[in-house]
Design a protein around this ligand. Structure first.
Ligand code: MIC
Ligand code: SF4
Length: 754
């Protein structure tokens, strides 16, 4: 930690007492933790703040970006007309490493395959004053937790699991690249004032039950849309029974609720983590300001008065859970898994078990898994399935190696992968299952959308805690309940696993690994940013054209998507991650995972000019070539999942004028706004059913587009009949300017030119 970083923390803390007092005064009541942190970051201090209604302008303390999203963010930033980033910023190379043979080989191959992209990210970072974490150094969220997160902070990150930092008592929020560009360009960050959900944790975590089970349980209660535009604030004595990294698992996966972010109150477990990660000075400061880093005491006594919604979870009776397949909110306790396997016909044989990822690779997680492995080895068992381990960072990796935990996992058949995203994001060269083959895998990751891990839409992925996944690897059966059942041992006896136990922090301290970090030079103005004009991986951006001032009249319907349409459906990752810096090339994946509501087919649609069916991106390109823009219609929680703005930029690039859905996920809706695409929601969700395959769509009254004013949409059906209905938008006055200018970036660039 540098002196400048410590000074910034000191200055922020010094603001807390006054800002918090001001917030109490304005609301005329005690305030919650999230409210305190927001109050300390408002810019200006006095602005309208109605939960669920106003837009807040905030000043984040820092920006973090991972390689797959940083490319597009930084290509945009280069057009913003700035010389240097306005706030501390880091880039982390984690998503582009493919998992195949194990850490060493995989990393070498990644350095070779992605050479050009890493070179771009390294030079653009140097040029604009950004810290650069090299490939292999770790996954963004783990590295941020170890180095930059601190209680009371506000950071934004171009990755939906940025809320991982909430485990250390901060508001860490996932955003699209264009939001990061605003902040790096010195502008405030804008967000809809979130509603607050209070989650009251009582009792104590113990035995097999892990922090992961808290969030899996909550997903079952709130579902994948239940957190949209809300902050999940945990409170109650149960919070103290969860380690800092365990809290981070819970807040990380709060992204799966669609929540703006999640946060825990500052406590001694966080203090211990700060000290263990060599940030004693931050721990001392946090202790000094501790009362501001927790909700006011009245909040816990009468939570209904302060939160929009309160949920109770008793940790003492919470069972380990497994969720899936295909969605993280299909939750059930492990004791009900046998029934689910029988009733749903899930393949019972587990083909691969995977632990780690940004969500679950703490010292404690690996220690608890190693405890299971140790017991298995003593009984003569080895893993029945391939067992893949992804450490979250170099620091964790080096520490668990030193302490022998890695050896224990390898001794029972574990393969250690690079400290990177790998199989979690489809960067997995899986050789044991064929495309189209139904099969079961278990992971301790956070997402399990179709095709997510191995690109195979018929793989069923179930998510559980690392210790449960490890135990399942020895059974090889999804229906096995390690908390109650025994496994046959080679000596003819039976093995019953004891509940896992492990220290939350390494007794001998962490091994510090900083060789992966390149700080920016004091003056980067002479650094040349490398982008080869002939590259197929990087492409400089052209500004999108401004709105022409006319209504959208009878635009072809490109696609009506049915059911779940996540960003993985709109712009899949896996093999496509390669093109994250090349807008035209990546656009060839556009909507390739979306289900066509008329045909049930995936990734194909009718070209209304020719009547023929084709890949959605091809049809879009045909419209573009014919000088036509187009409209997409979608279902509920459209754009759930990733922060990748490619899911908005590709549509914009190929001609999207408007996207009309039943409801949006937060980050994706903002991404569409940023890129100048109109995001509209049906006022009456039943109007979705009026949309027919050959429709032309008009969006009317755009000259009068104003905040909170509904927008009229007309469908012109093939037989000439019409349907008219109202849609809503959530654009603020400023966001309407983005639409008019063609994108938010066009607005910033125009301002910086003045
Ligand atoms: C994810 O977990 O889906 C990712 C890959 O980390 C994404 C970011 C991306 O698509 O690059 C996310 O969560 O935002
Ligand atoms: Fe990487 Fe997976 Fe974490 Fe996303 S969820 S940052 S892909 S490890």
């Amino acid at each position: 930690m540098t002196e400048a970083e410590l000074t910034a923390i000191r200055n922020l803390y010094a603001r807390f007492p006054e800002r918090v007092a001001h917030a109490r005064e304005r609301f005329g009541r005690p305030v919650t933790l999230a409210e305190k942190i927001i109050a300390a970051h408002l810019t200006p201090v006095d602005q309208p703040w109605e939960r669920g209604d106003s837009y807040l302008d905030l000043a984040p303390d820092r920006v973090a970006m991972q390689d797959a999203t940083a490319q597009m963010a930084l290509l945009q930033f280069m057009n913003a007309g700035r010389d240097k980033v306005a706030v501390p910023t880091t880039v982390h190379c984690d998503h582009l490493v493919r998992a195949q043979n194990g850490a060493k080989d995989d990393l070498l191959r990644a350095l070779d395959e992605n050479h050009e992209v890493y070179e771009f990210l390294a030079t653009v970072s140097q040029r604009y004053g950004i810290g650069f974490w090299k490939p292999g150094a770790g996954i963004i969220h783990q590295v941020v937790l170890e180095n930059y997160a601190f209680p009371g902070a506000l950071i934004i990150g171009t990755d939906s699991h940025t809320p991982n930092g909430g485990g250390l008592g901060m508001l860490a929020i996932g955003v699209g690249g264009a939001d990061a560009v605003d902040v790096m360009a010195g502008m405030p960050w804008e967000v809809k004032a979130p509603k607050l959900v209070g989650v009251h944790l009582t009792g104590e975590l113990r035995g097999w039950t892990a922090p992961k089970d808290v969030i899996l349980k909550l997903l079952g209660i709130l579902t994948v849309a239940g957190g949209t535009n809300k902050i999940i604030e945990y409170f109650g004595e149960g919070t103290r029974s969860i380690s800092c990294t365990g809290k981070a698992t819970i807040t990380n996966m709060g992204a799966e609720l669609g929540a703006t972010t999640s946060v825990f109150p500052y406590d001694e477990r966080m203090e211990a983590y700060l000290r263990a990660t060599r940030r004693e000075a931050v721990a001392d400061l946090a202790n000094q300001y501790a009362e501001h880093l927790r909700a006011d005491p009245e909040v816990e006594r009468d939570p209904e008065r302060y939160y929009d919604e309160v949920i109770e979870i008793d940790l003492s009776t919470l069972e380990p859970h497994l969720v899936g397949p295909h969605t993280p909110d299909l939750a059930r306790p492990i004791s009900k898994m046998k029934e689910a396997v029988a009733a749903e016909g899930y393949p019972d044989d587990i083909r691969v078990a995977l632990i780690g990822s940004c969500t679950n690779s703490s010292y404690e997680d690996i220690g608890r898994s190693a405890h299971i492995a140790r017991q298995a080895k003593a009984a003569g068992l080895t893993a029945k399935t391939p067992f893949l381990v992804t450490p979250g960072s170099d620091q964790i990796d080096a520490t668990i190696r030193r302490d022998g935990l890695m050896d224990e996992l390898q001794a029972v058949g574990g393969t250690v992968l690079a400290n990177a995203c790998g199989p979690c994001i489809g960067q997995w060269r899986r050789l044991d299952a064929k495309e189209g083959e139904q099969n079961t895998i278990v992971t301790s990751y956070n997402r399990n959308f179709r095709g997510r891990n191995d690109g195979n839409k018929t793989t069923l992925a179930f998510i559980g805690s690392p210790e449960i996944v490890t135990a399942l690897a020895f059974a090889g059966k999804l229906s096995f309940d390690p908390t109650r059942e025994a496994l046959p041992a080679p000596d003819g006896g039976q093995v019953v696993f004891e509940a896992p136990e492990a220290p939350e922090l390494p007794p001998q301290g962490f091994v510090f690994e900083e060789s992966g970090f390149v700080p920016p030079p004091a003056d980067g103005s002479q650094v040349v940013v490398k982008v080869d004009p002939a590259s197929d991986r990087l492409q400089l951006l052209e500004p999108f054209p401004p709105w022409d001032g006319n209504d959208f009249i009878e635009l072809p319907l490109l696609l009506k998507a049915k059911g779940k349409c996540t960003t993985d459906h709109i712009s899949p990752a896996g093999k496509w991650l390669k093109y994250r810096g090349h807008l035209d090339n990546i656009s060839n994946n556009m909507f390739s995972g979306a289900v066509n509501a008329f045909t049930g087919e995936t990734g194909r649609t009718k070209n209304l000019l020719t009547g023929e069916y084709g890949a959605v991106h091809e049809v879009a390109r045909a419209y573009k070539a014919a000088g036509k823009r187009w409209v997409v219609v979608g279902d509920s929680n459209y754009g759930e999942g990733s922060s990748r703005e490619h899911a908005a930029m590709s549509p914009r690039h190929l001609g999207a004028a408007a996207v009309i859905v039943r409801s949006f996920a937060r980050i994706h809706e903002t991404n569409l706004k940023k890129q100048g695409v109109l995001p509209l929601t049906f006022v009456d969700p039943a109007d979705y059913d009026k949309v027919q395959e050959d429709d032309r769509v008009s969006v009317l009254g755009l000259a009068g587009l104003a905040p909170d004013k509904p927008v009229e949409v007309e469908l012109v059906h093939a037989d000439g009949t019409r349907d008219r209905f109202e849609t809503r938008h959530t654009l603020s006055a400023e966001q309407i300017e983005w639409f008019r200018a063609g994108s938010a970036l066009n607005c910033i660039a125009a301002r910086n030119r003045k």
